[in-house]
Design a protein around this ligand. Structure first.
Ligand SMILES: Cc1ncc(COP(=O)(O)O)c(C=O)c1O
Length: 400
């Protein structure tokens, strides 16, 4: 039986899957079972920030796997402690709890916020946000399409308009304990939070003892040109959530908690069997070292300029494109029509990008992507938009 038939027979039909069967990866390239190479400008849905199978990561994975893979959390592991120290030093004075996925980290943050001001259970969340698929994270998510089959959800979440400080302020009550915010809404279509808006929220939260929980599952780990996206703004989160790029392919998430909140969390209140194993924490520490030693943030800065310029040129050329937006190597092209056909056409031309939020093409390459690779992607996208526009004109002619 071939692989696609095995999927059909034995895997739950919960994802739409496209393209060939991939067997290998290196840098920004994937190889399929027939030896054909694909340019991957969306590696691992934002996870594989160092590209596929980075040489140093593979080495550390092998070394750590042969030393110690897993340890229960009632024993001490030097790897977990060293990673917690690194994250705290690179962010703010904090203590760290490790989990395995973005949603799990969001769950932990929701639970910790319940401890902050007992009896105050209201959490402000944003319209269009995405925080994951578990019940708490789903309840915090501001998009109906993810929630519609799964009611009743968890109560206590109040949705407000994104980038509208007055709306946020008007929804605050004496029961508000926290706000959960993505600085760039990734699944919501790559919507960047305005500087003034975010800083006003941060100030307001501080003045009113409301926890500011920043979900950087997608924007963290250098994606936007700084190690953490919040560092573009003048604020410090109370709780910072990291995942995706943190392990660059191994499953890990971190909930980074400011010391004064950390002090109220006691043994037994939360746990994770797999969270923070020696294996994943060693790998994540290597990710930080590679980012530093290979000047990855400089590369993000350099390549984002080229990518943005190229996308803006596409916008000038094709009327299908309404807007180009994003920060660092998290960029989007909003179109005036659904973009699933753009994703499919790109895949046929051996380019992997993403279509999200109906009409948005999302590009989130590896942070060590080369200019030549981005340029190759732009050439393919140009071809696709050219033929889409031609088809659109022909349709008009046919009916007009
Ligand atoms: C901002 C944000 N938070 C949380 C999640 C959920 O992460 P996971 O799929 O690892 O549970 C995602 C996933 O895309 C995300 O983008």
């Amino acid at each position: 039986m071939d692989i696609k038939s095995l999927y059909k027979k034995y895997s739950l039909n919960i994802y739409n899957r496209y393209g060939p069967v991939f067997v290998k990866g290196s840098g920004s390239w994937l190889e399929d079972s027939k030896g054909r190479r694909y340019l991957d400008l969306f590696p691992g849905w934002g996870v594989s920030i160092l590209g596929h199978c980075h040489r140093r990561l593979v080495k550390v994975i092998n070394e750590q796997a042969s030393k110690l893979i897993h340890l229960p959390n009632n024993l001490f592991s030097c790897q977990q402690a060293l990673l917690a120290k690194k994250i705290s030093q690179l962010s703010f004075s904090s203590k760290v709890f490790f989990a395995n996925s973005g949603a799990e980290a969001v769950e932990a943050a929701i639970k910790f916020s319940r401890l902050w001001r007992p009896g105050c259970n209201q959490i402000i969340v944003m319209k269009n946000s995405f925080h994951g698929r578990t019940m708490g994270a789903l309840s915090a998510t501001g998009q109906k399409k993810y929630k519609k089959y799964f009611r009743p959800l968890i109560s206590g979440f109040k949705q407000v308009k994104f980038n509208d400080f007055d709306h946020f302020k008007n929804k605050i009550t004496s029961k508000t304990s926290a706000v959960i915010l993505e600085l760039i809404q990734g699944e919501g279509g790559v919507n960047v939070a305005n500087k003034d808006y975010v800083e006003r929220i941060a100030k307001f939260c501080q003045a009113n003892k409301i926890l500011l929980i920043i979900d950087e599952v997608q924007t963290g780990m250098g994606r936007t040109g700084k190690m953490f996206c919040y560092q573009h703004y003048s604020l410090k989160p109370d709780i910072l959530i990291l995942s995706k790029g943190l392990g660059a392919g191994v499953p890990i998430s971190a909930i980074v908690v400011k010391k004064r909140i950390a002090d109220i969390i006691k043994p037994g209140m939360h746990a994770s069997t797999f969270g923070g194993s020696p294996f994943v924490t060693r790998v994540a520490r290597e990710v930080f070292d590679i980012i530093k030693e290979e000047n990855i943030l400089n590369n993000v800065e350099k390549q984002q300029k080229f990518l943005k310029k190229s996308l803006l040129k596409l916008k000038e050329r094709f009327s299908i494109i309404k807007k180009v937006r994003g920060m660092g190597l998290m960029q989007a092209i909003e179109c005036n029509r659904p973009t699933a056909p753009v994703f499919k056409a790109a895949l046929k031309k051996k380019l992997i990008i993403n279509s999200t939020h109906e009409n948005v093409v999302r590009i989130m390459p590896a942070l060590n992507v080369k200019k030549t690779e981005l340029n190759q992607g732009i050439v393919i996208l140009t071809d696709i938009f050219k033929s889409l526009e031609k088809r659109q004109k022909n349709n008009y002619k046919q009916y007009g």
